[in-house]
Design a protein around this ligand. Structure first.
Ligand code: ZN
Ligand code: ZN
Ligand code: FE
Length: 764
């Protein structure tokens, strides 16, 4: 029946931008509108959500006031515009189903940590008391269980579980919090856990929680199936156990992540500022790198002053901590070092079960593997290091049309990216493609993205490096391909994140990346836009003796630098610096350097940090990627403002820097101080070179990217100092500055070049 639209009624249009799609926003608006007896519509559009409402003036006002206060936890509002409209003839409030494909894509939401209401239901709702798969429209698994679009239960790994009448009632009732919550489940109809210990199977959930807690308290290692893959868990205060876990999963030095009971507990052990706390508690529940206050067992993290920490995000995590007599657990990815995180139950039984003392599994399949995401906070901004669970596959809005572009990514820390209109969809973290299992994961994920997002690749873009397996993969697609320089792609990635499409000063500091002169680049100052780049200057070329293997042996890079600046006699001149390094090995590396055999040239910033880390005897041989620079940063004294000399003469040379560092070392200066002074030196040289570039070009926008900018001391100081002299500074936040962000840059460059190509005939 049509409502009488008498005078005195109010009509409003509300346009909301932000994270409002695929997070239960429309049903939320529907329920709120119904509560206030309003009529109208809500629908998704390209930029967000549009609401038309009509009703009593008071009610409309109240409705508008309540939206921002009551929005679903996983949503956020960046823009909220209310305007007056003419009355329409709505008879009811309805959700207008989105028709266009790009809207469907946004429905592939990332996974969302269990919400407060569901945790309440797990205490009160008879069929959900202690039920560890409780979820609703506002929370629960999404991307990890989605097999195809449109997103409904039949196309997820929830398909085998037939809803019981009471779940179906909630699922079909638009006024219910579980309306169209595809993974809706309860203890009667949903998936369940099984604990396997010493060949015995336990399926009673409360017994499982108790037994798991006791095992962990008693120093046992438990494999636990998580949201995007398996974890291995143990007691972080028990050195024997943690050391044992390192041996069993053959993980030498890389720190383990921890999960804390809650933020208050975490604060007893870690220094956490407001921004870090917000990030830690966000519905995405990333691992956040935080400064250690109270020590854990030594084997949890050696030589670093930070530890990756997260809070419970699955119902089971909450149940475990209610029972557990520990403030935190080690929760590390369930895999053998360098292999992808395990998701398959059978594989877990074959590989993880022998490693663990017990295995906790459940009978819902994980379809899309996602690791825990990792972030830190610098200059009060979130900085993603690994973009995976609860972030992927949220699209990145870009200015250019990227339809049909496939960006293959880098090799070591791979993510790929696909273009759908103005959206760049980054894959979850894939990993090091040189590992066979990881390469298979890459190939499989590309296929899945093609199907899930109805993506037909028309143009491929990949790294210039012909040996990168991602480049080879792109070449085999048999579609037109563009090859782009690694550091140009880093800068373009940051530009795309901030929708820049103009000429900028680009500073890319990184461990590696093939240059267009055949050398290995990584200390690069570029003048570039999305189409092309010019190299303004770079770190002086130094031979990298033995090629890629130096990254495992930072002392070789130290020898390369010292040999470069002090000549063949360097070892006899400074014997103290080489104390403890095998003489025969030194001879071997010296031979490579003198004869220039197998010693490609590099301008890499990462290699410079390696050399300094080894020189200070902080890290001479590393057991995981970027260990030497990370440990150098960890010991650096940030209070000192002193710095070393360097030379800029066409390129940047560190002869003076090494001379003065060695003088400091030989007079017994603290290594912390030297490390601090070295960091200041790099900050200063960036500032000076940026000034020169501004003078030379008139450009005022500086774009920072590359893995070296994950160094918090460097990033914070460079950003602050550049801003002090009125540069506009852009540094990555939601996209990693390491190679995990490369694919976005590749995509942006390809989109730009294609656009210019199309313009060409009109110009001539
Ligand atoms: Zn919920
Ligand atoms: Zn049910
Ligand atoms: Fe890189």
């Amino acid at each position: 029946m049509r409502l009488n639209l008498a005078m005195g009624r109010t009509s409003r249009k509300i346009r909301i931008k932000g994270l409002v799609q695929g997070v239960g926003f429309r049903p939320f608006i529907y329920r709120l509108a119904k509560n206030h007896q309003l009529v109208g519509t809500v629908e998704n559009n390209n930029t967000g959500v549009e609401i038309l409402v009509e009703g009593k003036a008071d009610n409309v006002e109240q409705f508008i006031r309540e939206i921002p206060v009551q929005i679903p936890e996983a949503s956020s509002i960046s823009e909220f515009i209310v305007s007056k409209i003419k009355p329409s003839d709505f008879s009811d409030f309805t959700i207008t189903k989105s028709q266009s494909l790009s809207d469907e894509i946004t429905e592939v939401s990332p996974d969302i940590a269990v919400c407060k209401s569901c945790l309440q239901d797990m205490k009160n709702q008879p069929n959900r008391i202690g039920y560890p798969f409780t979820n609703c429209t506002n929370c629960g698994p999404r991307f990890t269980i989605i097999q195809d679009l449109p997103y409904d239960r039949e196309k997820t790994t929830m398909r085998p579980f037939e809803m019981c009448p009471s779940c179906r009632e909630e699922y079909t009732n638009i006024l219910d919090r579980r309306f169209h919550a595809q993974p809706v489940a309860c203890s009667k109809c949903g998936p369940h856990y099984t604990l396997i210990e010493k060949g015995e199977k336990e399926t009673d959930i409360s017994t499982i929680v108790k037994t798991t807690a006791r095992l962990l308290e008693d120093g046992k290692i438990v494999a636990i199936k998580g949201l995007g893959g398996y974890h291995l868990a143990c007691n972080p205060f028990n050195e024997k156990t943690v050391a044992e876990l390192r041996i069993r999963k053959s993980r030498e030095g890389k720190p383990f992540a921890l999960m804390f009971r809650d933020a208050e507990t975490a604060k007893q052990f870690l220094h956490i500022n407001k921004k870090e706390e917000t990030l830690l508690m966000s519905w995405r529940r990333p691992i956040v790198l935080l400064k250690i206050k109270e020590q854990f067992a030594p084997s949890v993290s050696t030589g670093l002053d930070t530890i990756g920490s997260m809070l419970p995000y699955m119902p089971f995590h909450h149940m475990l901590f209610e029972e557990l007599d520990l403030p935190a657990i080690v929760l590390t990815s369930g895999n053998i070092t360098d292999e992808p995180i395990i998701i398959d139950n059978q594989e877990a039984m074959n590989i993880l079960h022998p490693i663990a003392d017990a295995s906790l599994t459940y009978n819902r399949e994980i379809y899309n593997r996602t690791d825990d995401s990792v972030a830190f906070v610098a200059n009060n901004k979130e900085r993603l290091i690994r973009r995976s669970r609860s972030y992927a596959p949220s699209p990145v809005q870009i200015k250019l049309n990227a339809e049909g572009i496939f960006a293959a990514g880098a090799e070591l820390v791979n993510c790929f990216c696909i273009g759908k209109g103005n959206q760049a969809i980054m894959s979850q973290h894939i990993g090091d493609l040189k590992n066979l299992e990881t390469l298979e994961f890459y190939q499989e994920s590309v296929e899945r993205f093609k199907r899930l997002f109805r993506f037909t690749p028309q143009l491929a873009v990949a790294d210039l490096h012909p040996d990168y397996l991602s480049t080879q993969f792109a070449k085999e697609m048999k579609i037109p391909i563009l090859l782009v320089q690694h550091h140009h792609a880093h800068i373009a990635s940051c530009m795309a994140e901030f929708q820049l499409d103009e000429k900028v000063i680009g500073i890319s500091f990184d461990g590696t990346g093939l240059g267009d002169d055949g050398n290995i680049w990584g200390g690069e100052f570029l003048i570039c836009d999305l189409n092309e780049y010019q190299r303004f200057t770079h770190f002086e070329y130094i031979p990298q003796p033995g090629g890629d293997a130096v990254s495992k042996h930072p002392w070789r890079m130290m020898l390369a630098y010292l040999h470069h600046y002090f000549g063949d006699e360097v070892v006899s001149r400074f014997p103290l610096l080489f104390k403890g390094i095998d003489e025969a090995e030194i001879e071997g590396i010296l031979f490579l350097l003198k004869s220039k055999v197998n010693s490609p040239l590099t301008s890499s910033a990462g290699r410079l940090f390696d050399a300094v880390s080894a020189l200070l005897n902080v890290c001479r041989n590393s057991t995981y990627h970027a260990e030497a620079p990370m440990r150098l940063e960890a010991i650096a004294d940030e209070k000192t403002s002193a710095l070393y000399g360097f030379e800029f003469d066409g390129q940047i040379s560190f002869g003076k820097t090494f001379e003065e560092m060695i003088a400091d070392l030989l007079k017994g200066e603290e290594t912390a101080k030297i490390a601090g002074k070295f960091h200041n030196t790099i900050v200063q040289l960036i500032v000076e070179v940026a000034e020169k570039m501004r003078k030379h070009t008139g450009l005022n926008k500086v774009v920072l990217s590359g893995g070296t900018f994950q160094n918090k001391i460097l990033l914070e100081n460079v950003e602050q100092k550049l801003k002090e002299i009125n540069f506009a500074v852009y540094s990555q936040s939601g996209i990693p500055s390491n190679d995990g962000g490369i694919a976005l840059g590749q995509l942006a460059i390809a989109a730009k070049r294609r656009e210019l190509e199309k313009l060409k005939p009109q110009l001539s």
